[in-house]
Design a protein around this ligand. Structure first.
Ligand SMILES: Cc1cc2nc3c(=O)[nH]c(=O)nc-3n(C[C@H](O)[C@H](O)[C@H](O)COP(=O)(O)OP(=O)(O)OC[C@H]3O[C@@H](n4cnc5c(N)ncnc54)[C@H](O)[C@@H]3O)c2cc1C
Length: 312
């Protein structure tokens, strides 16, 4: 399992950025466009490019944080938790050069008409209320070929399998837009609401199945643009049910799976154990874990303890 602990700084760099605009693209997703003076030095590798963002505490108007270079993580940890910025992992949805901006799609967990204003975590709440001019710090790549891109199918790959939820949708969008013409891709994406579907431009031959958790009768349901997921999908982990029920193509696959850590682990186990896919060809990342904040996950990793393991 890829960890989400603090990345080494090089080839990452700190950038002070501000919100240029915030747009609700669907019930569960707000797209925030960031600008900043030094963005000419930011170089996204595309695909699932990860980065860290540092949010101000609610009583601050900007993150209180010194760029101490390679020792930044120790310096950040040494700060008073009530004053130090909240650190979270996100994906660069798109970088543009004229003007110099990048977009991040924030899944608003706890979103929807029924959600309480206290729902979600600090990042989700910050994104829901973000306004032009709001300031953040990000630790983002300064070179395109960087360790924050995990999607790297080896030569000899015949087809691609992608799964994820709303949090992985930005990465899946980046991967699909990167794939070569004609690449065969089977894609399952779990979303909270029907309107969370996005148009995902790609040159690949992509078979995309959307799995919608929220249905009008209060049960989970499935809706596919390129296939149906079967009745089992109306359960707790619709992506897992859909992949289990799927007929997979012949040939050598490369799988990239992300989303809730428990679901990711179960999917990986299914692909390796039940489908016989080479474990080295399954890139899997828990983007969040039910009941755990990112601080909890980092604390586990630092303790070398119960982080999601590499076992099948
Ligand atoms: C490499 C990487 C890339 C990521 N890219 C993105 C991205 O582009 N967009 C994005 O939206 N997220 C992304 N995530 C996931 C995001 O970092 C987590 O969802 C994060 O926990 C959100 O922080 P928070 O402060 O809102 O919630 P936290 O304070 O971390 O958690 C508070 C509570 O909310 C729960 N929770 C957290 N996320 C969710 C969720 N999505 N749905 C339901 N409950 C949740 C937790 O289990 C916890 O109980 C990425 C994660 C990783 C590791």
């Amino acid at each position: 399992m890829t960890t989400t602990a603090a990345p080494a700084t090089a080839p990452f760099r700190f950038f002070d950025v501000q919100v240029v605009r915030a747009r609700r693209v669907s019930t569960s997703v707000v797209r925030i466009t960031f600008g900043g003076e030094r963005l000419a030095e930011l170089a996204s590798g595309g695909r699932d490019q990860r980065f860290k963002l540092f949010l101000p505490q609610p009583h601050q108007d900007r993150p209180v944080f010194d760029d101490t270079g390679d020792s930044w993580y120790a310096a950040w940890r040494a700060q008073d938790p009530a004053e130090r910025p909240v650190m979270r992992s996100y994906t660069i949805r798109e970088q543009r050069h004229a003007p110099r901006e990048f977009d991040v799609d924030f899944a608003l967990h706890g979103a929807g008409p029924e959600a309480a204003s206290t729902a979600g975590g600090p990042a989700s709440r910050w994104a829901a209320g973000a306004r032009p001019g709001d300031r953040l710090t990000v630790l983002a790549p300064a070179v395109e070929d960087n360790g924050g891109v995990d999607f790297r199918p080896p030569a000899g790959t015949d087809w691609i399998l992608l799964t994820g939820d709303e949090t992985a949708l930005p990465a899946i969008a980046g991967i699909l837009s990167w794939l070569s013409p004609g690449t065969h891709a089977k894609v399952w994406i779990e979303i909270a609401h029907d309107d969370d579907r996005q148009h995902l431009p790609t040159f690949a031959d992509a078979d995309i199945t959307w799995l919608v958790r929220d249905t009008t009768d209060g049960t989970r349901g499935t809706h596919g643009t390129g296939g149906t997921a079967g009745p089992d999908a109306a359960r707790r982990e619709p992506v897992l049910a859909a992949v289990r029920a799927a007929e997979l193509p012949e040939g050598t696959p490369y799988a990239w799976i992300a989303g809730e850590a428990g679901t990711v682990k179960a999917l990986r186990r299914h692909l390796v154990r039940d489908r016989g896919i080479d474990r080295r060809a399954v890139k899997f990342t828990g983007y969040w874990r039910r009941g755990a904040t990112e601080e909890d996950l980092i604390a586990e990793l630092m303790a070398g303890a119960a982080a999601p393991s590499d076992e099948d």
